[in-house]
Design a protein around this ligand. Sequence first.
Ligand SMILES: [Zn+2]
Length: 79
Amino acid sequence: MSLQWEPAWKTIIIEVDGIKLKVQKDEVTGLLACPICGLGEKATYFFSERDLIKHMISHKSRQSRHYIPKEVIIGEEEN
Ligand SMILES: [Zn+2]
């Protein structure tokens, strides 16, 4: 018996501040996975889109060259 849950990842589109992002959401727990960290051992999970975005912005300050991968961003609205 494992203590780990078995996630049912589904790709969803979230939109925060006019930026649409393609992220993985676990339909079992509702957790969102950071698309930059990925789903492997380095995965980072969030319950809210806001927290996920904050985390993704922190990637930018840590490693600006590896900010949000282009394939993750679906569209960006002009403000
Ligand atoms: Zn991350």
